[in-house]
Design a protein around this ligand. Structure first.
Ligand code: NAP
Ligand code: COA
Length: 268
């Protein structure tokens, strides 16, 4: 067996119907895994399933909102019936918009905290009974806002900091079950919805790329590769880690999204 042979493995990806999370799902599907993906939009799930199946993996979709713990648990149970115990769980559903704290209602703040943080709790807690024990890996997809205070991102900063603390706490609590729990922290990844929201034009994107020590945006496959590494025998002793995969940008301090924000409807 090569390190990246996931034949017979079951990978469940919450938020797996687009972007970085779909890239992770696709990488595992292309290396033999069966995929369960969860998202709200059935159309988006269907398009993602066609891609995953075309790349060789068995794949099923589950339409649910991560804010709804019962719906998430029901999806996990169905996935367990379809493909058996979950070997790799990825929790990556998220929401984001640029707004200053004073331009954000309580419900606006709560919406992002509920999707990112409560949603991660629902996915991880709901999955525990269906994870392979020992041996399973849970990965939360975080963001540098978790540890780099970032203007116009109060909701995401608070939510992702919570996600990373959840990673560390569950690594402690679930280590005895043989479950590893880690966070991956992507940098700015080209062609994604997250970047379309934070850097909506070429000027903004160039400005951000210039801040990255490696001088460029990251690619989805560069995040997917690290997820596979963590899930492979190479990652067997890694747990409780918050791992930036970001070209070094989180070393460079707070980003200034002000110009981008000024161009949005809430900033005018
Ligand atoms: P994306 O394409 O918008 O993907 C978000 C996924 O989550 C979609 O599948 C979406 O499907 C699902 N989702 C959103 N809200 C949901 C909800 N309430 N319940 C269930 N599913 C929900 O985003 P992305 O830019 O690739 O980002 C993916 C992850 O990487 C996020 O965790 C993000 O914070 C993190 N990240 C991204 C970047 C970047 O450069 N893009 C940088 C750092 C971190 P539906 O809308 O159909 O539900
Ligand atoms: N500025 C300020 N507040 C905003 C906003 C913005 N740009 N966009 C939404 N909000 C507020 C709304 O006004 C609402 O608050 P209110 O009831 O006080 O008016 C609250 O956020 C919820 O909005 P709603 O549209 O009902 O939320 P939703 O649950 O349908 O969608 C979002 C959640 C807003 C995060 C939506 O953008 C989404 O689904 N995103 C998923 C994709 C994504 O963000 N990908 C990038 C990941 S990094």
């Amino acid at each position: 067996m090569t390190a990246f042979d996931f034949n017979g493995r079951h990978v469940f990806v919450a938020g797996g119907s687009s972007g970085i999370n779909l890239g992770i799902a696709d990488a595992f599907a292309s290396h033999g895994a069966s995929l369960s993906i969860l998202g709200r939009s059935q159309d988006r799930l269907d398009a993602a399933l066609a891609q995953l199946r075309a790349h060789g993996g068995r794949a099923e979709g589950h339409s649910a909102d991560v804010r709804d713990a019962a719906a998430v648990s029901a999806a996990l149970q169905r996935a367990h019936q379809q493909f058996g115990a979950i070997d790799v769980l990825v929790s990556g559903a998220a929401g984001n918009f640029l707004a200053p704290a004073l331009g954000m209602s309580a419900n606006g703040f709560k919406t992002v905290v509920d999707i990112d943080l409560l949603g991660s709790f629902n996915v991880l807690r709901g999955a525990h009974e269906f994870l392979r024990k020992p041996g399973a890996l849970a990965i939360s997809i975080s963001a540098s806002q978790a540890f780099v205070p970032t203007p116009f991102q109060a909701h995401v900063c608070a939510a992702k900091a919570g996600v990373d603390m959840l990673t560390r706490v569950l690594a402690l609590e679930w280590g005895a079950d043989g479950i590893r729990v880690n966070s991956i922290v992507p940098g700015p990844i080209e062609g994604t919805e997250g970047i379309r929201r934070l850097a909506p034009n070429d000027t903004e994107r160039q400005r951000i790329a210039a801040r990255v020590p490696l001088g460029r945006f990251g690619r989805v496959d560069e995040i997917a590769g690290i997820a596979m590494m963590l899930a492979s025998p190479l990652g067997a002793y890694i747990t409780g880690v918050v791992l930036p995969v970001d070209g070094g940008i989180s070393l460079t301090g707070p980003r200034d999204f002000g110009a981008a924000w000024a161009a949005t409807r809430h900033g005018s």
